[in-house]
Design a protein around this ligand. Structure first.
Ligand code: ZN
Length: 193
């Protein structure tokens, strides 16, 4: 049976609390867990996060095989392939929670703020740039503010994404939440409920 979005949110928070406290249980990581999902997967949450090697969703949320449908791209930005991946998990696998997880000291966001160019980088920075304009009036660290705003922006885009995600978000069977991962403490702060 699919996990409700409320329960999915609770499981992630509880898992992160264990990770922060150094009390991870590493569930669903043994041979039986591996066998259980051979004929089908029902990941309860989708995590869109950065490719950064320090941000590992399964460890951060103390989850295992078959629990999370993870999409990783530098700067946790959206394009049609990413949205299609999220739609697949929500429509076909029963995922009821989508988390857009930004993180402390994100290199992609730092590159956007510093207007770094080269290779295909502009494909990422172009998507982050609107967040830079939005946080200009804010006090505090510019890069850190952009990291948070970028996660909020991506979550809001998903909330409005037709035709698959928006109806489920509006009838509250799907939660789509921006969040921020702190490298030093391991803590995930949900930026909106
Ligand atoms: Zn990053």
């Amino acid at each position: 049976m699919a996990t409700s979005c409320i329960d999915a949110y609770r499981i992630l928070r509880k898992g992160n609390e264990a990770f922060v406290a150094g009390q991870s249980t590493h569930p669903n990581a043994d041979i039986s867990a591996r066998q259980k999902v051979v004929d089908g997967q029902h990941p309860f949450a989708v995590i869109l996060c950065c490719s950064d090697s320090r941000v590992i969703p399964e460890l951060i949320f103390d989850t295992g095989i078959g629990d999370l449908f993870v999409i990783r791209v530098a700067g946790n930005v959206l394009d049609d392939a990413v949205i299609a991946s999220i739609e697949y998990a929500v429509a076909n696998l029963g995922s009821s929670l989508v988390v857009v997880l930004g993180h402390e000291k994100c290199g992609a966001v730092t590159a956007a703020v510093n207007k770094v160019e080269g290779g295909h980088l502009i494909a990422l920075t172009d998507k982050i740039n609107p967040a830079i304009d939005m946080v200009q009036p804010q006090a505090g660290d510019l890069v850190d503010n952009v990291i948070r705003q970028n996660a909020v922006n991506m979550a809001e885009q998903l909330q409005k994404s037709a035709p698959v995600l928006r109806p489920k978000y509006e009838d509250q069977t799907l939660k789509i939440l921006p969040a921020y991962y702190e490298l030093t403490t391991g803590k995930v702060a949900f930026l909106k409920d």
